[in-house]
Design a protein around this ligand. Structure first.
Ligand SMILES: NC(=O)C1=CN([C@@H]2O[C@H](COP(=O)(O)OP(=O)(O)OC[C@H]3O[C@@H](n4cnc5c(N)ncnc54)[C@H](OP(=O)(O)O)[C@@H]3O)[C@@H](O)[C@H]2O)C=CC1
Ligand SMILES: CC(=O)N[C@@H](CCC(=O)OP(=O)(O)O)C(=O)O
Length: 349
């Protein structure tokens, strides 16, 4: 089979470099274009020398016409608000687009505009986008032309919650998500709070009661529950580079349920889904287990003292939480095995 030509826009960023790494190892893809902004004109190998022996390519200024002439598949790994300037043109010229930002994740454009503070005029295009969480929206991804890939916190949280919501096992208003992220979740741009001197030896909450991933999580929870769901979501920055650990709490409706019952329900829900691993009783995931992989690990417990279920979810924010999931979506959209070209084993220890 001839390899499919692929563009990565935002190649100098953390999501971009993960995409480059994955595409170089993917049997059906060929990297033909790297795009960027301040890095345009630079050799990619000067930005990421550890990939220099694999790739001799200059980062180009972003131009939809040039991209569409070279590539059939386009990954956009850009700050929020940039993709809408490219996507309508790319789609019109026949490209298949996977956007890693929040720009194509929301069905209700008003919610996006409120939370992101960005005016949009491409509502008709956005309405056609598929939410790229394959474990929940697999059928819609087949032959999809525009995929809005989820955020890292929503991926970890929603995979933890999905079986509970789909089967109506918990009180809708009882969900609390306490999540921790490594600093790469903030991207590669210089930001004071991500300096080693600020972030090291310290854990802090941020966006308390107002983080923009809350409405994204609630959109999907609503799909699963078949009715609106409100969640309490608190993210934390922790002194590590990669990983998300989300601990999710919810009140079970039937106090007769046990941990063993729930584990059986989770195992059945994720059977045949290669990127989610439900752990045995009493085992709870470490973020290191997911390092460098596209895996999501889930461990859970039902606490009979409070009748709350506690689900712990671990992913690598740059892979299952970002670039890896985008490649998983591409695999599904093209009918390839969804594990194609994606790492399964962690670098740990
Ligand atoms: N980091 C994470 O864990 C996750 C991030 N995301 C989302 O993915 C997207 C990318 O994130 P991340 O990789 O962390 O970001 P980075 O800040 O690391 O990279 C951003 C990239 O966008 C490029 N860029 C910025 N402005 C423009 C522009 N106007 N035109 C063209 N290119 C531009 C930069 O290029 P240059 O260097 O040349 O200026 C850089 O390559 C974001 O929307 C983020 O919210 C989603 C899930 C997880
Ligand atoms: C640690 C850290 O800063 N994490 C980022 C999450 C990145 C992300 O997924 O953001 P988008 O939804 O905009 O794509 C944050 O909380 O803003």
């Amino acid at each position: 089979m001839a390899k499919i030509p692929v563009a990565v826009v935002g190649a100098s960023g953390y999501g971009g470099v993960q995409l480059v790494r994955l595409i170089l190892g993917h049997p059906y893809l060929e990297l033909v274009y790297l795009g960027g902004d301040s890095s345009a004109g630079q050799e990619f190998a000067d930005i990421y020398p550890h990939l220099g022996h694999q790739l001799h390519c200059v980062v180009e200024p972003v131009d939809a016409q040039v991209i569409a002439r070279k590539a059939q598949v386009v990954f956009l790994s850009l700050p929020n608000g940039v993709a809408p300037g490219l996507v309508p043109d790319l789609l019109a010229q026949g490209c298949q687009v996977f956007d890693l930002s929040a720009d194509y994740r929301f069905r209700d454009m008003q919610i996006y505009q409120t939370w992101y503070g960005i005016e949009r005029t491409d509502g008709a295009v956005a309405a056609k986008a598929v939410y790229g969480l394959p474990e929940l929206y697999r059928e819609s991804l087949v032959n999809a032309t525009l995929v809005g890939c989820p955020g890292c916190y929503p991926t970890a949280s929603l995979l933890a919650l999905a079986p509970l919501l789909r089967q109506g096992l918990v009180a809708w208003d009882s969900i609390v998500i306490d999540a921790k992220s490594g600093t790469s979740g903030g991207g590669r741009q210089a930001k004071t709070h991500l300096l080693l001197a600020e972030a090291d030896n310290s854990i802090s909450a941020y966006g308390v009661g107002r983080h923009r991933h809350r409405p994204e999580i609630e959109q999907v929870c609503g799909d699963l529950a078949g009715q609106p769901v409100k969640v309490q979501f608190t993210p934390h920055l922790v002194p590590m580079v990669r990983g998300i650990l989300a601990t999710v709490y919810a009140q079970v409706r039937d106090p007769g349920l046990t941990t063993e019952d729930l584990l059986l329900i989770y195992q059945a829900f994720y059977r045949g889904k290669p990127w989610v691993r439900v752990l045995p009783p009493g085992v709870y995931p470490h973020t290191k287990w997911a390092w460098g992989t596209n895996m999501c690990y889930l461990g859970l417990e039902l606490d009979p003292h409070t009748d709350r279920v506690i689900v712990i979810s671990a992913i690598d924010n740059l892979l299952k939480g970002q670039a890896g999931q985008a490649v998983q979506c591409l695999n599904i959209s093209r009918g390839w095995p969804e594990t194609t070209g994606l790492p399964q084993l962690s670098f740990y220890p």
